[in-house]
Structure formats: C-alpha cells, structure tokens
Ligand binder design. Structure first.
Ligand code: FAD
Length: 523
C-alpha cells in the first residue's frame, strides 16, 4: 500500500510537470476534430494505463491514447500525424510486456492495440485447407492457441509465455525451445497487413512488398504496425512428455544440447525426438521452484538437487528442458524412442525428471507462475532483464566469465536461461539481429528486483556486456536496448544502412515506436 501510494504520488507529479509543458508539446487541436476523435482519450486513467511496462524501469506518459476499432482508425491517426506540420510520435502497444519503454510515445499517442479486437469475432480465422491462420496483431498467443486447437491445428513456434500479442512478439522475433527445430515465430509468418509511417495499409509477404515484410519482422515497430499476420499451422499433438535432465558441468550440458538440435540428426534418429530444447542454470535451492514453472519439481527433487549442488561445490546445476509431443495412437512407440534417447545422453544418472501433461498445459506453463506472483504482489516489480545471443564458439568462455564469474556472488540471482539455436532456421534478411555462427545460444537473465537492489542488477548487466566486449565475444542483444545511436549502429552492423533506408521509405517522419530510441539522437 505504501508503495502504491508512493507511485501514485510520483505519477501525479509527472502528470503535473507534463501538463505544464503541454502548451509546448501538445497534440494539434485538429486531431480532436477527426472522425476518430471519440476514440482518443486524454484522461488520467487512460494515460497512466500505458505509461510503464513489464520492465517497470521507465515512466513515459503520452499526450493521448487511441482505442481503435479498426485498422482504418490507426491509419487515420498516422496519416494525420504524417501530414501535419509538426508530426507527433505514435506507438502501438500490444500487451506492454517490453522492458525498456519500447511501446511508449512521449508527447505523442499510444495505440491500445487490444481495442482492435473488442466486439469483433473475426480477428482469428483458421483455414483448415491451407493450414494457416489469419490473426489480428493485437491478439494474445494464448487466444490463438485455443482457437486453432478447435480445428486440431497449432502454430509450431512459440514463446515461453503466451500472454503476449502476436504483433508484439513478431516485432522482436519470438523464441522458445521450439526455435531450434521450427525457427523463431518470425520464420513462421506467411503474410502481413501493415500500416506504415505514412498511414498506408499494405499487404506484404516474401513475394509481395518483400522489403517491408522482412523489415517489419523483428523490426521493433519501426516500419509499420502489424494489424494481421498469416501464420502457418500443423496438426496439433495432444500430449507432451516434459523432461528435465540435470548436469553438473557445462561441457556435457552444452554438448548434449547441441546433439539434440543438430540438423545432421536425420528424422529417424532418436536424437531428433525432442520438439523443444531449452536449458537453464539453477543457482541455488531458493530458486529451484522458480516462477516459470513452479509445479515441475517436487520437494524431494529439490532436496536431491541441493545435495548435488553442495557435494560438487558448484553453486548450481544445469538442466536441459525438453519436450516430446505425442498423440495417444503413437504413445507406446514414443515411449520406446524416449527411452533410447535418454540412454544416449550424459546427464547425471538418475537425474531425469519427466512429467506428462497436455499440450496446452505445457505451452501455457509460465502462466501459473504469473498468477502466483500476482497474488503475492510480486509481478509488478522492476525487471532489469538481459537477453543475449552468444555464438557457440564462445559459450564456454561466456559461462566461465558470466555464470561462474560475474553472477557467482548470487547477490542478485534469478532465472538464467541458456540454450542453443540453429542459424539456418532464421532468415537473416529480417530485422532481428543474430550472431554470425551456425549455432548460437540464447542467454536470458530474467530477474525481478526490489527498488533497492535494482542498481546492483543494472550494474551487473553492464558488467556482463563489458566482459563480452573485452573478451571479444560477438554477441547480439535480443530485445535490444541501447542508449546511444552508436550502440544501435554496432547492433545492426552492416545492416545499419538498410535499416536507415527502410526507415526513410516507410517511416520518413520518424513517427513510429519512438520508445526504442533508435533514431532520436541521430537526426
Ligand atoms: P509491447 O511490449 O506492447 O510492444 C513491444 C514492441 O512492439 C514495441 O516497440 C511496440 O511499439 C511494438 N508493437 C506492439 N504491437 C505491435 C504491432 N501490432 N505491430 C508493430 N509493432 C508492434 N520473448 C520471446 O521471444 N520469448 C519468450 O519466451 C518471452 N517470454 C517473455 C515472458 C515475459 C513474462 C515477458 C514480460 C516477456 C517475454 N518475452 C519473450 C519478450 C516479449 O516477446 C517482447 O517483449 C514482446 O515485444 C512483448 O509483446 P507485447 O505484446 O507485450 O508488446
């Protein structure tokens, strides 16, 4: 209560300050005479509802919020800004699960994308014949899952957490344990409807307006707003063997992960059985029952793992997380293959944990943790997350310097994800930046913090980046955040000029998604 009072005071102060400066930076009054005027709100509640995000690290209050009921409303808003003498910034906001204010629009308008779906039942349309779904950019992946399952179909590529919007994850990439096998979510898109920074509504695909299609996928909302995505589907499994295999050394852990995702394993090989491969480093007992899947390990599993940690003086254990999909018809055969597969892997003997769950339970596994944290009031706290793609050739150096080095004091422990992906499942022409090696690892340091500990974690994140820079580890940030244009130029590397060219073509007035601050200090 004390905290919420403090925040409401801070918000009020910011509002007053912004109101004072509104005379300088307010929206053109003509905006409120457009047909969409009744869908634009400037009341405190609307403004505050989009002023921060999951990261809880930044606050940025826009001048207005648009609640569109159709893509045309969005187009009208952007056209108006584009043609005005003083264009104002506009940001689509999906579910606001960014970390660094990416969906904000200081002195501009935030579009509440969710409102596109209000009262419309036709925003998810499955084509059984063509095995794809047309889905509104504002829809949550969990809703998409439930709808496609009605037809026995499913997208193949997911994020760990499904309460994110289609437009939001396609703007970053969309990764999870399925990525090594099916590609990131952006590799599973067939077509998009996009509204550009000039307000034009354009349909694009690899064959039609392909430069826009490729730029928008992973494009952080810089080139256009996704109002519809066509995503490929395949037959849905019913059930999942959800597996965790414990390792005490990084070499065996990574070697087994790489065997499991190797493209060289032919379809018939038991090593090809996993439909999903992830991995984590568990720091200590307090974290074993982490929010990402609180029900997986039992108390006695924890005890046994704690024993391992203590015996080896490791400070933690690694585990591979795998999933094998199946239907009742092939259950027996899959069981046999799974047994064979486990026999080929080098986890600590007797440290294989298997649960059998439904497909939906598996995919929506993080949501349970969310509900628990919400109950405890621990969901809406600062989240100074750091996500990197690290080339395979340096993953052991990274492990030694970061996991066993910088993070070894455990003063600020949290979830540490570490799993490999195949570059050939990505299309390098899209905007998400990936390392220049056939296999690279994703490293996710997903931490929650109190306000008091926040700076420690932010400093640690900086130290990790400094370590990589000094060690010459050519990482790429996933969900990137840079404070300077120099940082962004380095991030995009040889694709920087293409980024500028696409921006000049599709958002020449720099209207869209200014929260990423890619160009604000450049022009
Ligand atoms: P927002 O935060 O609202 O917006 C994100 C960005 O996309 C902004 O720049 C915004 O302007 C832009 N944008 C939003 N909608 C559109 C649109 N329709 N068209 C164009 N641009 C748009 N990511 C993974 O890849 N894998 C994971 O497993 C994963 N797990 C996560 C778990 C949690 C708990 C959280 C908080 C995040 C996770 N993420 C994961 C990161 C997440 O995918 C991104 O932050 C994503 O952008 C959030 O989607 P959103 O709908 O909340 O978008």
């Amino acid at each position: 209560l004390k905290n919420s009072f403090k925040f409401s005071l801070i918000y009020t102060l910011i509002l007053i300050l912004q109101t004072l400066s509104i005379s300088l930076a307010s929206l053109p009054q003509d905006l409120f005479h457009l047909k969409i005027a009744s869908k634009i709100r400037t009341d405190e509640q609307s403004l505050l509802s989009v002023s921060t995000d999951y990261g809880n690290l930044t606050t940025s209050i826009p001048d207005a919020v648009l609640y569109p009921s159709s893509p045309h409303d969005i187009s009208s808003l952007i056209r108006f800004s584009y043609s005005s003498s003083n264009p104002f910034p506009i940001a689509p906001r999906g579910n606001g699960h960014s970390i660094n204010g990416q969906a904000s629009a200081q002195d501009g308008v935030v579009i509440n994308m969710t409102s596109l779906g209000y009262g419309h039942s036709n925003r998810i349309i499955v084509s059984i014949v063509n095995q794809y779904v047309d889905v509104g950019g504002e829809k949550l992946w969990i809703d998409l899952l439930h709808e496609t399952l009605k037809y026995g179909l499913t997208p193949s590529s997911w994020t760990d957490y499904l309460h994110l919007t289609v437009g939001g994850t396609l703007s970053v990439g969309g990764i999870s344990g399925q990525t090594s096998r099916y590609g990131p979510q952006i590799s599973n898109v067939l077509e998009l409807d996009v509204i550009t920074g000039q307000g034009e509504m354009i349909t694009c695909s690899k064959d039609q307006n392909s430069d826009l299609f490729l730029a928008v996928l992973g494009g952080m909302g810089q080139f256009g707003i996704i109002t519809r995505a066509r995503i490929s589907l395949s037959p849905a499994p019913q059930k999942v063997h959800w597996i965790r295999l414990v390792y005490t050394d990084v070499l065996t852990f990574t070697r087994d992960q790489e065997r499991l995702i190797s493209a060289e394993n032919s379809e018939g090989s038991p090593l090809r059985l996993f439909n999903y491969v992830e991995g984590s480093f568990l720091v200590d007992r307090g974290l074993l029952g982490s929010w990402r899947s609180p029900e997986f390990f039992t108390d006695s599993d924890y005890d046994r793992m704690s024993q391992l940690v203590t015996e080896d003086g490791l400070g933690g254990v690694y585990y591979i997380e795998g999933a094998v999909y199946y239907t009742d018809e092939i259950a027996v055969q899959v069981n046999q293959e799974l047994e064979l597969l486990l026999g080929e892997l080098s986890y600590v003997p007797d440290y294989a944990f298997i649960r059998n769950v439904s497909y939906v339970e598996f995919l929506d596994r993080v949501h349970d943790g969310e509900l628990k944290l919400r109950e405890l009031g621990e969901w809406e706290v600062p989240h100074p997350w750091l996500n990197l793609f690290v080339p395979k050739s340096r993953i052991l150096d990274f492990d030694a310097g970061v996991i066993k080095g910088i993070l070894s004091n455990r003063s600020a422990a949290g979830i540490i994800l570490m799993y490999p992906m195949n570059r050939n499942m990505w299309d390098d022409r899209m905007s998400t930046m990936i390392p220049d090696e056939e296999i690279f690892y994703t490293f996710g340091l997903l931490r929650s913090s109190s306000r008091e500990k926040l700076q420690v974690m932010i400093d640690e994140n900086d130290k990790i980046l400094q370590f990589c820079n000094l060690a010459g580890i050519k990482y790429k940030q996933y969900l990137p955040h840079y404070a300077t244009t120099k940082g962004w130029m380095k991030h995009f590397g040889k694709k920087w000029n293409n980024f500028l060219a696409m921006k000049a073509k599709y958002d020449p007035e720099l209207i869209l998604s200014p929260g990423s601050t890619i160009l604000s200090s450049y022009i």
